[in-house]
Design a protein around this ligand. Structure first.
Ligand code: PMP
Length: 392
């Protein structure tokens, strides 16, 4: 007699259905067919030589995308948060001082991650939409003497592209590692890991400008970062994210053989490889230029229909994620829901400190085109005509 007491669910006896949707929120973005097909290639062993070759191609692609010669460059199995934790858990030991720049949600999250491993965390805080001068950063570095300083290059919750020039030099002056989150910006705005700002740890995600499915996160560590990480007194709190293991799995530690650490998500590696190949085909410079032009075209279109950009200074607007001041008199949730229902198109409201203040539109990678801008503008105009507007 069968001992099965939980019956087979009827929901799983129906076919899988996923609608097509325009993914113009802050991520994930739409995945072009070539990347989807790559991900549908057969699964082979994560330690097979063909996979090691694909991982090596990915490493070269990340070095190009990050503009770095760092040897310890790889993709973490997980989303952007996994890369954040990989950076923080490896670079910080219990009791270390950490400084995070909070001008949106990402500095808050980085602070919480460092707190969870027993670091002494301090923050510098700017209002949503704001950013920090190098003088403010230097003041905090000299006061708190952190081992790690976190900054988001693209603050996707507020739409700010943070200037980077000179900050790495300041961090180095105070013997601190410079950690930059570029999940929302990389590939869409210029960033030179080695030259600009002397960044020590940089990471991004697969599902934004790269247009791959979520689930892999490119990351790179400078020589200085490796010096600190590989000479820690204590082991990192996470086995899964331990850089010594990851560097070995990705063939970055010079050892003759690679050991089994975890089962790499091979189909996600295929997609990531293909997304990097598409970026190489277009070139970084052309991708940056396209994102900038499309973002400017979008800003002009928004202003022409009477909407305001949340980030006042043009030169610090993130070209991948545009933040619009939440239209007065409307409920932002009604606007995003109307656009989803009527236009099959995702845009989103604020996140963390920007909730209620903004609407956010992400046009990233393959989605960054003037035709898509026209589509979003038409959807927003339609929503403003049909959603309820209070008289007060
Ligand atoms: N940092 C930034 C700037 C982001 O925009 C995001 C994703 N919205 C993350 C980190 C976290 O990435 P994920 O959702 O892939 O974990």
């Amino acid at each position: 007699m069968s001992r099965v007491s939980v019956p087979p669910p009827t929901c799983l006896q129906k076919p899988l259905r996923v609608p097509h949707r325009y993914m113009f929120g802050p991520g994930p973005s739409n995945v072009p067919p070539r990347i989807l097909w790559a991900g549908a290639s057969p699964v082979i062993g994560h330690m097979h030589p063909e996979i090691f070759e694909i991982m090596s191609d990915i490493k070269s692609g990340i070095q190009y995308m990050f503009q770095t010669h760092n040897n310890v460059t790889l993709a973490v199995s997980g989303t952007g948060h996994t890369a954040m934790e990989c950076a923080i858990f490896n670079a910080v030991e219990t009791g270390d001082s950490v400084l995070t720049a909070v001008n949106g949600i990402w500095g808050e999250r980085a602070a919480e991650m460092a707190e969870r491993i027993g670091a002494r965390v301090n923050t510098i805080v700017a209002p949503p939409g704001g950013y920090f001068s190098n003088a403010e950063i230097e003041k905090a570095l000299s006061k708190y003497r952190p081992v790690l300083f976190f900054l988001a290059h693209g603050e996707s919750s507020t739409g700010v592209l943070h200037p980077l020039d000179g900050i790495g030099q300041l961090c180095h002056k105070y013997n601190c590692l410079f950690l930059v989150d570029s999940v929302a910006s990389l590939g869409g705005a210029p960033l030179y890991m080695d030259q600009q700002g002397l960044i020590d740890i940089l990471y991004t995600g697969s599902q934004k400008v790269l247009n791959a499915p979520p689930g892999t996160a490119p990351i790179s560590f400078s020589e200085r970062a490796c010096q600190k990480i590989f000479n820690r007194k204590t082991k990192p709190v996470s086995f899964f994210l331990d850089l010594s293991w990851l560097a070995n799995y990705w063939g970055c530690d010079g050892k003759p053989s690679r050991l089994y650490h975890h089962t790499g998500p091979v189909t996600a590696f295929y997609s990531l490889r293909e997304s990097l190949a598409l970026l190489v085909e277009e070139s970084l410079e052309r991708s940056w230029e396209r994102h900038q032009k499309v973002a400017e075209y979008f800003s002009a279109g928004l202003e022409s229909i009477g909407l305001k950009l949340f980030v006042k200074e043009k030169n610090v607007r993130l070209p991948t994620v545009t933040t619009i001041v939440a239209p007065h008199g409307y409920d932002w949730k009604e606007i995003t829901a109307y656009i989803m229902k009527t236009h099959n198109l995702e845009i989103s409201g604020g996140l963390g400190p920007s909730v209620g203040l903004v609407l956010r539109v992400g046009l990233m990678g393959y989605n960054s085109s003037t035709a898509n801008v026209d589509m979003v503008l038409a959807a927003i105009k339609d929503a403003l005509k049909h959603c309820h507007k209070s008289k007060v």
